[in-house]
Structures are given as structure tokens and as C-alpha cells.
Design a protein around this ligand. Structure first.
Ligand code: ADP
Length: 633
């Protein structure tokens, strides 16, 4: 337990106020572009909420003054009707504005992870499996899940600040005369006119506001400092939740009783933090609760003090009894506004730490060099690629995944890449498609280093079906076209060529049939082999000059695979095709075969030549598979 929570202790809040304020403004700016309606509606709604009590106070003060003074029934009726009408109108307006704001808040809630998702999809591919990146992202998500810390929290400050400012301005405006109106000189309360007593009263009020806000901020901070611990707990809970929903794990989960023995076990440990006697529950019962209570008590004392001061002035004859309600109400609003302002500023500071993490993620640079050359669209598909002494190590890895690879693709040729597991075949393809850049050596396209081309132009040259490809829970046609707008005839042709034709006929809505049921209840579940055929059709639809199949047929039976490979030769036409397959018999027709072993190309040549070389790895692999099939047959 100790080891798992070692990084989950109290978090020190080190971000200074100025930095936190700058980050907060940056966050608002970002959101203003995304959801401007939230800011406009928050502004109107907060102003309305802050002003309503003042309007009600002024009107009710008029009624009380009338009751205590002239008692004119007509004037009383006028003020009573006006109060009811204005209060009702304000309530109506306030309600409508809150509804609008609530709708905008809903938009914010759904879009709050969009900037992060946008960032991930544009990051260098090499960054994606970096552990530090994953940790940073998980921290940001968990901070938000736990208490909305980071982006969501920052958004809440905008209405709070608007409300506080309006409340303070209104309060100052309405309470100014409280201090400026003198008690008659012959009154026993005349000492209240003395500037010193005024200063004393004002000083006591400001001090009470400061102490109350400080206690409240300190109390809130004590909870926020537990963020690291709660984040860790949430991370496990989240993992359990996501895992439980993953249909691909459902079978393993049951067979190995993982839900009880592994997942629940981890979760129970972290849930312990949230129990009645856990460290979080202890916080409100200790110093944190005391500080929060103290903050409230000081506010209450302050209200009593204001009452006393206002009543004494009224008793001394400075103003009538109706003004007592108005002054007490306005002063309470003023202190409420000041407390809210200070509390919000304190929260902004505390949240700075979490925004820092979010922006650290959003500011991650893309290291891959982006060239400016364009890969002119050539009708003759005359694109020649060469690996020149290429070596590669995965980021953070000490061992070479590829070592001194030299190979040239002949245009329009068929190249097979074979070799044992872990020999570097997929890595070779990932470098070819520039998902990674070589650690050493160069890859050239038509004699020019591929880094000098515009990235999007270069990757547009490749259609790849990876081993672990994924289809989207969207209509079949959109999956193949990779876009909502698709050329339906071409999609159908590609599906036919990939061997999906007979199955297409059984799809209830043809190309409009949703794959899987995640987004559509009438969606169709497909087998691994069918998915592979769709993925191949997607690669054909892209019509790129290079087409790569990285063992995409692993889920197909040998007959279906042989069928696809033999067809593929004609489908690929003048494209340069690269095949990776475990089944050497599938690659027999290729012009050239590159045999990989321990990250290096150990043999190249045609099938017949390689099989004949009895000392070579290809011969060994071929023999092993031939024996297997002979026995089978
Ligand atoms: P193959 O496709 O021939 O099975 P790979 O190209 O996938 O082999 O892997 C080559 C080597 O690189 C293996 O030793 C593998 O463990 C390592 N490797 C693959 N992917 C990664 C990665 N993302 N990070 C670190 N090492 C990796």
C-alpha cells in the first residue's frame, strides 16, 4: 500500500498569485473562443443576481419608512405593488438568465476535454507512448474528475468575480450615505460622527472580511492539497470503470476472475481514503472544519456589528427606520461581495498549480522537423524510397529496434518483409511512414531526405493496414472513405476487392450500416476477419502510391489470406506494395523478400533463391512452416 501511494501525499501549492492569474486569463481566453456564450450569459446572470437584493432592499425600505412615517394608504399601495412587480420581473429575468447560463455550462462540460484531445491528435506519434505524457494527461483528467480543478474550476471564477464586483460597487454606492449622514449634534449618539469612530468601524469591517476570507481559503486549500492522493484513487477507480466496460477484456476478466482478485483489490485500497474514517473524512472534523466554521462565525459577528452601528445611528436620529433595513442589507451585500472577491482570488491562486499542468501539456512542442517541400502528385507514381544505413531506438529504450538497415524499393514492385517476432518488421514500416524519425541514418524519397517534405504531404503517400488497426463505430461507408462524404461506388468496389462483397449484401442498411453498437442500437457486430477486410478496403480507397499490409490478415484463415494476397497483386496495380506476413507462402509471389532478424536485414532476394540457401534464416522459417502445413494436411 505504502509503495502505491508513495506519490500521493499532500501537494504543496507553489504557484504564485501573479502566475496563477496569468494562467487563469489564458484559460478564459481559450474558452472565450470556444464557448463565448458562457461568458456573456455568466456576466448577465451574475449582474442580475448581484443587483436583485439591492432593488428589493430599496423598495422594502420605502414601505417600512411609509409604515413608520406618513402611513398614506395610497403611497403604501403604490410601493407594495411596485415591490411585487419589480421583484417578480427580476425573478423572471434571473431565472431565464440562469437557464441560459446552465445551457452554456452544459456545453462547457462536454467540451472541456476537447483542447486536450485536439492536442493529443496533433502530437508527434513518438510522444504518444511516452510514460511521462501519459502520467501528465492522467493527472489533468483526474484533477478535473475529482474537483473540477484546472480548466473547469477556472471557468467558475468568471461569474464569481462578476458577481463580487457588482456586489461591491452596489454596496459602496448604497452604504456611502451611512457614513456620510451625521447624527444630530445634540444626540447622545453624536460621538458616532467622530472620524475616529468611523475609522474604527470601517477598520473592524475590513479586518473581519480579511480574516473570514483567509480562514475560508485556508480551509479550502487543505482539501486541495490532498489532490495527489485523490487523483491516484480516482485513477484506479477510472481504470476499473473503463476496464469493466471493455468488451475485449470481458472474457479474460471472467476466466481469470480479474474483477475480484486484481481490480477490486486495487480499488478497495484506494477507496479506503474515502471511508468515514479515512484521511479525507478526518479533514472537516479537524482544522479544516474549524477554519470553515470560524470564517462563517466572523461573517455572522460582522452582520451583528453592522446592525448595532446602523441601529445606533438611526436611534440617534441620523435616518429613519426604513433606512435601517436598506443599510444593513447593503452592508451585508458589500461584505459578501468583498469576501467572495478575496475567496475567488485565493482559489485562483490555488488553481494555478493545476492550470500549470494543463498548459504544460497543451504547450508540448512537436519535435519532428517539418520540411516545406511538397511531394508533387505524380501521375506515374514514380516515388522511390531508400533506407540508407538506418538505425532506430524507441524513445526511452536502450536497445536498437533496427540496426544499419539498407534497402531500396523498386517502383511498382512487391516487397515482402518477413522474420521472427520482434525482429523489427513493424518498426521498419513505422519509420517508412514517418511515424518516427530514424535515430541514425536517412530515409530518402526520390533522393531527398523525407524530413524535408511537408509532413502531411509525405504521409499522404501511404496506405497502411496495421496489425492493430481500429475501425470506428460509424457507418461502414464512412469507415472505408475515412470521411462523412464518400464516393459510394468506389467504396463498394474497394469492399468487393477486399473480399467483403458477400457480407456487404447481408448488411441491413448497406454502406449506411453502423459498425458495432456503441453509437447505434441497430449497429452490426463484425468478426475479426471481416474487420480486416474493411480495413484493407479503407487502404484501397485512399489510393496512395504505397500500400502496406502489416500482418493484417492474422485473423483470416489461410484460405482467405491466400485469396486476398493473390488478388492483391492485381488490385495493387502500379502501386508499390509491401507485405508483412507470418505465413511465408503468402509472400511467394513477391519480387523481393527482405528477411529481418534482431533489427537487421539478414537476407534479401526472391523466394526461390532464398529457399535454396539452406544456411539462411528464410530456409529455416520456410521449412518450419512447410512441415506444419504438411502435418496438418
Ligand atoms: P515485429 O514487427 O518484427 O514483431 P517490432 O518492430 O514490433 O517487431 O519490434 C522490434 C523491437 O522493438 C522489439 O524488440 C520490440 O520489443 C521493440 N518495440 C516495439 N515497439 C516498441 C515501443 N513502442 N517502445 C519500445 N520498444 C518497442
Amino acid at each position: 500500500m505504502a509503495s502505491r501511494t508513495s506519490n500521493a501525499g499532500d501537494e504543496k501549492i507553489t504557484c504564485g498569485f501573479v502566475r496563477a492569474w496569468q494562467l487563469n486569463l489564458r484559460c478564459w481566453k481559450l474558452w472565450m473562443e470556444q464557448v463565448p456564450g458562457y461568458f456573456v450569459s455568466s456576466l448577465f446572470s451574475s449582474v442580475c443576481t448581484a443587483l436583485t437584493p439591492y432593488v428589493t432592499l430599496i423598495l422594502s425600505a420605502q414601505i417600512i419608512s411609509e409604515l413608520a412615517g406618513g402611513r398614506d394608504p395610497q403611497r403604501l399601495l403604490f410601493w407594495a405593488v411596485l415591490t411585487v412587480v419589480v421583484t417578480a420581473l427580476l425573478a423572471l429575468l434571473g431565472g431565464a438568465l440562469r437557464q441560459w447560463n446552465g445551457f452554456e455550462q452544459g456545453r462547457v462540460a462536454t467540451e472541456r476535454f476537447k483542447p486536450l484531445a485536439d492536442k493529443i491528435t496533433t502530437l508527434d506519434y513518438a510522444e504518444i507512448d511516452r510514460q511521462e505524457l501519459y502520467d501528465l494527461y492522467a493527472q489533468i483528467r483526474q484533477n478535473d474528475t475529482w474537483r473540477g480543478l484546472g480548466f473547469s474550476e477556472s471557468l467558475r471564477y468568471f461569474p464569481d468575480l462578476c458577481k463580487a464586483v457588482v456586489q461591491i460597487l452596489g454596496g459602496i454606492g448604497f452604504t456611502l450615505t451611512l457614513f456620510l449622514t451625521d447624527v444630530p449634534a445634540d444626540s447622545p449618539m453624536a460621538f458616532l460622527n467622530n472620524p475616529l469612530s468611523m475609522l474604527l468601524v470601517l477598520g473592524a469591517m475590513v479586518a473581519a472580511v480579511l480574516i473570514s476570507s483567509m480562514c475560508s481559503s485556508k480551509s479550502a486549500m487543505m482539501m486541495i492539497q490532498r489532490a495527489a492522493m485523490c487523483r491516484e484513487a480516482n485513477r484506479y477507480a477510472n481504470f476499473y470503470g473503463v476496464m469493466a466496460l471493455d468488451d475485449k477484456r470481458a472474457a479474460d476478466l471472467r476466466i481469470y476472475c480479474q474483477q475480484e482478485k486484481v481490480c477490486r483489490h486495487y480499488m478497495d485500497e484506494f477507496e479506503a481514503h474515502y471511508t468515514r474514517f479515512g484521511p479525507l473524512a478526518r479533514l472537516p472534523r479537524g482544522k479544516m472544519g474549524l477554519l470553515a466554521g470560524l470564517s462563517q462565525a466572523i461573517s455572522a459577528l460582522l452582520t451583528c456589528f453592522v446592525y448595532l452601528f446602523v441601529c445606533l445611528k438611526s436611534w440617534g436620529g441620523a435616518f429613519d427606520v426604513g433606512s435601517v433595513t436598506r443599510y444593513v442589507g447593503s452592508a451585508t451585500q458589500l461584505f459578501g461581495g468583498m469576501t467572495l472577491l478575496l475567496k475567488t482570488l485565493g482559489n485562483i491562486r490555488a488553481n494555478g498549480e493545476f492550470l500549470e499542468l494543463t498548459f504544460q501539456f497543451l504547450d508540448l512542442p512537436n519535435h519532428m522537423y517539418q520540411g516545406s517541400l511538397t511531394t508533387e502528385k505524380r501521375a506515374d507514381r514514380n516515388y522511390q524510397v531508400e533506407f540508407r544505413d538506418v538505425s532506430f531506438r524507441y524513445p526511452g529504450s536502450d536497445s536498437w529496434a533496427l540496426r544499419h538497415v539498407n534497402v531500396k524499393f523498386r517502383i511498382g514492385s512487391r516487397l515482402a518483409v518477413v522474420g521472427p517476432n520482434g525482429s523489427g518488421k513493424t518498426t521498419f514500416i513505422k519509420l517508412l511512414c514517418r511515424l518516427y524519425d530514424p535515430t541514425e541514418g536517412t530515409i530518402l524519397l526520390n533522393g531527398i531526405d523525407i524530413r524535408k517534405y511537408r509532413y502531411q504531404d509525405y504521409i499522404a503517400l501511404f496506405s497502411v493496414v496495421f496489425q492493430d488497426f481500429r475501425l470506428l463505430s460509424l457507418p461502414l461507408g464512412e469507415n472505408v472513405a475515412g470521411s462523412a462524404a464518400c464516393d459510394r461506388d468506389l467504396v463498394e468496389r474497394c469492399l468487393q476487392d477486399a473480399g467483403f462483397g458477400p457480407r456487404l449484401k447481408t448488411m441491413p442498411k448497406g454502406l449506411d450500416t453502423f459498425l458495432y453498437k456503441k453509437l447505434d442500437k441497430d449497429g452490426v457486430e463484425i468478426s475479426g476477419g471481416e474487420a480486416q477486410k474493411i480495413a484493407i478496403a479503407r487502404a484501397l480507397y485512399k489510393d496512395a502510391p504505397f500500400i502496406v499490409l502489416d500482418e493484417p490478415t492474422a485473423a483470416l484463415d489461410p484460405i482467405a489470406e491466400a485469396d486476398i494476397y493473390s488478388k492483391f497483386d492485381s488490385i495493387a496495380g502500379d502501386k508499390t506494395a509491401i507485405y508483412i506476413s507470418h505465413r511465408l507462402s503468402s509472400c511467394k509471389f513477391c519480387d523481393e523478400i527482405a528477411v529481418f532478424d534482431h533489427g537487421a536485414i539478414v537476407q534479401t532476394g526472391g523466394h526461390e533463391t532464398l529457399v535454396a540457401d539452406e544456411t539462411g534464416l528464410y530456409h529455416q522459417l520456410w521449412q518450419a512452416q512447410a512441415q506444419y502445413y504438411t502435418k496438418e494436411s
